[in-house]
Design a protein around this ligand. Sequence first.
Ligand code: ADP
Ligand code: MG
Length: 567
Amino acid sequence: MTKGNINVSVENIFPLIKKFLYSDHEIFLRELISNATDATLKLKHLTSIGEAKTEYGNPKIEVKIDKEGKKLHIIDQGLGMTSEEVEKYINQVAFSGAEEFLDKYKDAAKDAGIIGHFGLGFYSAFMVAQKVEIITKSYKDEPAAHWICDGSPEFTIEPSDKTERGTEIILHIAEDSTEFLEESRIRTLLLKYNKFMPIPIKFGTKDINDPDFEPKTITDKDGKETKEPHKKITVDDIINNPNPAWTKQPADLKDDDYKSFYRELYPMQFEEPLFNIHLNVDYPFNLTGILYFPKMGQDMNIQKDKIQLYQNQVYVTDNVEGIVPEFLTMLRGVIDSPDIPLNVSRSYLQADGAVKKISSYITRKVADKLKSLFNNNREDFEKKWNDIKIVIEYGMLSEEKFFEKSGDFALYPTVEGTYFTYDELFNKIKANQTDKDGKLVILYASDKDAQHSYIETAKAKGYEVLLLDSPIVSHLIQKLESTKENISFARVDGDHIDNLIKKEDTKISKLSEEQQTALETLLKEVIPSEKFMVQLEAMDSEASPFIITQPEFMRRMKEMQQTGGGG
Ligand code: ADP
Ligand code: MG
């Protein structure tokens, strides 16, 4: 047996590891399974190029709890290590990696939430274990090695009689971490971090119906037919899906595959997504993923944090702020990229060139998808509009590039349910909906019922009235007015409608001249003139012999105060 000292400048970094990673102890499992996965994929590569003369087979990773012995085992069938490699990779590489990590991120680690995004590697095992063993046999024809370390810089290494290729890590779980000996806790962790890792992960066994067994029909003495009971077999309980949809080519996936992957991601979500966007790019950065548009309706407070970020199929976080433009954080799905730096703070992330490119790529892809959905099946797109408009309108307000592209698919529905693009609307109304200065006036309502009589009046005059009812519509209007030339929006119950050039066929009030004067005098007495305007002459409906309007500017001032000003 060899005894040795791990060569580090800090006498003992383990207390530090514990302290700094306190809130994220659970990531040790992700780190160890990542290592097991790496070791397996490395072997796959070596066998494929003929470097390793060994059968690759169907390797898996096994996680095993030994509750009585207070041990947790992580076993792989990867390339293994010789004892020299253990000394080199574990004592030197892993340890110096851990030291460097702590040096660099001691302060960053205090920023709540970022620590779990990146790992400490092998040594994170000491966050939960008071002693760690490695029993490993290399694919090379060399004896197996057994390494033991109790959390101090001292270790022992000796030969082992392990015969199968691969590595077993044994964690002697510390007194304060016995939660990691609970089956349910480990299962939850595996499902959180490893659900889509590329190598099958076995956690226990389960009984299933034998697929090769055909239950016979038995006829009893009374002639009653029953099926004999199904035969059960015990199989490995594989907790992950090693080939999740986003790693496949879009051409190989059908609509149903996307839908079933959505259910896999959100097992508690019963509503189907409206459509999906498959992201797939390898230059100038690597990124794959699938984004889903859920039904959104009018609710701006839809739950965010639904997009999951992965790095090579390892779950990292569900906080993609800074990576995905904010308006798209309302979507759901998965993004997987090895090119997103995880070991930095959010503010750094936002300034990072690669991340900026990723963010604008995603925005562009979403805009392209919306455009193609609109072009391919306009009718269907119009049906979905109400459920997606909040994302689109929010995007138009917050991302200039998206705003520029939105002309191809952003819709403006009328109160009658016709959907115009901006250009269509413009062409439709340019001839007869201008004011005295030649400015185009776009009339809109925000509530069909409450503004019913105003809408009817405008319609009778041959004007188009849009129904704009999303919670951010006043900001959107401001944005459109400031970008499009020579237009203005006017709410149908505002005073702007008077400024429109009157059409010949406008009907006149059914009241006589005298009746009108009398009514006007009366109304002016009871309605505060500084807030409202009374109009008698332009009415066509018998039900409403006069209308009361509020000047447009006053209404907007009030609205802006309520929604907190500019976009
Ligand atoms: P990293 O994975 O970033 O290289 P780690 O601290 O996690 O850093 O691991 C250090 C090294 O130890 C790995 O690079 C690898 O060479 C070796 N190693 C760790 N776990 C295994 C394993 N299960 N099988 C083979 N080698 C391993
Ligand atoms: Mg690692």
